[in-house]
Every structure is written in C-alpha cells, then in structure tokens.
Design a protein around this ligand. Structure first.
Ligand code: SAM
Length: 226
C-alpha cells in the first residue's frame, strides 16, 4: 500500500471532488459537521492517512483557530500536503508514520478523523487495536469520525454495493481504468462491515456510535465520548 501511494501522482488526490468516489465533497463536509458539537475555540485534530491534505484543509478552513496533525506513511503524499497547506502557517504538522503501528499521545486531540485510509487495516484485531489507541488519544468529549469504504452486511448486499460503485465509475472512466480501481481495491483493501465497526468502537470505549451517511460501499461512521 505504501509503495503504491509513493508511486501515485499525488495531484490526483488534491482535486476538489475525486471522481472515483460518489459525493466526495458532500461526505467530507458532513464528516466535519459530525465533530462540531463540543469543540473548544482552538481544537486539536489528528487526520489519519491524511494523504495530500484534502480533509485537513477543510478542517483548517472550517475551524479558523484549529491545529491539525496529518499522519501518513507516504512521503510522496505528505510532500504535496505541505504545498496544499502552505497558506495555514503554524496550524499544522506533518508526521510520517504508519497509523497501524504508531503510538498516539494520551488525551491530546478533540477529534480524530480519517477519510478513505483506515480500510487498509487487516482484520477485526487491527481495527480494534487502532480504535483503542484513538480512544485513548482523545480529550474528554472527544470524537472520532471516519468516511471510508465498508463491506456489505452479507455477500448479496456487498455485490449490490460494488455493482453500484462500478455503474457510478462507468460514467467517468474506461473499462480498463475501472478494472485497475477494482484490482487495487481487491488486493489492498479489507474493509469491515458497518456493524463490525460499531461493535469495535463500542468495545474500544466509545459511549455513542453511529452511522451518519451511506452510499453504496461508502459510509461515514463515528463514535464519541460522553
Ligand atoms: C486514498 S488516500 C486518501 C487520502 C486523504 N485522506 C483523502 O481523502 O484524500 C489514502 C492515504 O492513506 C495513507 N495510508 C494508508 N495506510 C496507512 C497507514 N497504515 N499509515 C499511514 N498512512 C496510511 C496512504 O499513504 C494514502 O495517502
């Protein structure tokens, strides 16, 4: 996964609305809405798998006194993130680390967010461990919100979701390109179902968990501390 993101053209991830994801901008905007309830004036955020800073940029714009830590293990992506965020001097830091292995500082962030990155975890064990570390790095009343690809609740529904995504992609891309997207998806991604995410989050100590949005095999799910 790291090797591919180091090869990818980072610019492709900085378009306002990446075409390979349905309702991308709307979803990121809703994710940001989801963390807004109990924030102080100067909130601290952690963006996992921040890539070129698509979500971080939106956070910095929406919360003018916020600070964002961008974590990613691809230097290629982070280099572009530094360009994208150059106008937000002193309000962000870039950390080159694997979020599946990193230790996060205790009780530090008001929100941890992620878009289209956590699905690279493998198996319930890795997700649970990540959610426990996220829970511990949150301040009281902190919130975790994630927009990502998810598995269907059973194989039939999963097929419906994936076929819907294929139909969506066919409006914009050649069969060859769609084949490449699906081949990366099958070899690199191991998403959980929404019900599995909610159980893992609850077991990690989140008091409230929910699904805010779902479109085909994409969803926003979140958890907060009461
Ligand atoms: C599809 S991109 C999404 C980037 C960004 N969040 C966005 O919405 O545009 C996924 C990013 O997650 C990063 N990533 C994947 N697994 C990671 C891991 N275990 N640790 C750190 N970064 C990871 C990749 O390097 C890549 O930049």
């Amino acid at each position: 996964v790291k090797a591919r993101f180091n090869r990818e053209v980072a610019h492709a991830y900085s378009q306002d609305d990446p075409l390979w994801l349905p309702e991308y901008s709307e979803a990121l905007s809703l994710l940001i809405d989801s963390i807004g309830a109990n924030l102080p004036q100067d909130p601290r955020f952690l963006d996992l798998g921040a890539g070129t800073g698509n979500l971080s940029r939106r956070l910095l714009e929406r919360f003018p006194a916020s600070h964002v830590t961008l974590m990613d293990f691809s230097e290629n992506m982070l280099r572009e993130a530094r360009n994208v965020l150059s106008g937000f001097h002193g309000r962000h830091e870039v950390v080159n680390q694997d979020f599946l292995r990193a230790s996060f500082p205790n009780s530090t962030y008001h929100a941890v967010v992620s878009s289209f990155a956590i699905h690279h975890a493998r198996g319930v064990g890795e997700y649970s461990d990540l959610y426990r570390r996220i829970r511990q790095c949150l301040e009281p009343k902190g919130v975790f919100s994630c927009c990502d690809v998810v598995e269907g609740g059973n194989p039939h529904w999963n097929r419906i979701n994936e076929n819907g995504w294929k139909d969506y992609l066919s409006k914009y891309f050649s069969d060859e390109k769609i084949e490449k997207v699906f081949s990366n998806y099958r070899s690199e991604d191991s998403p959980l179902s929404l019900s599995e995410h909610l159980v893992c989050l609850t077991e990690a100590g989140f008091d409230h968990v929910d699904v805010l949005w779902k479109k085909l095999n994409f969803a926003i799910y979140c958890g907060n501390i009461a």
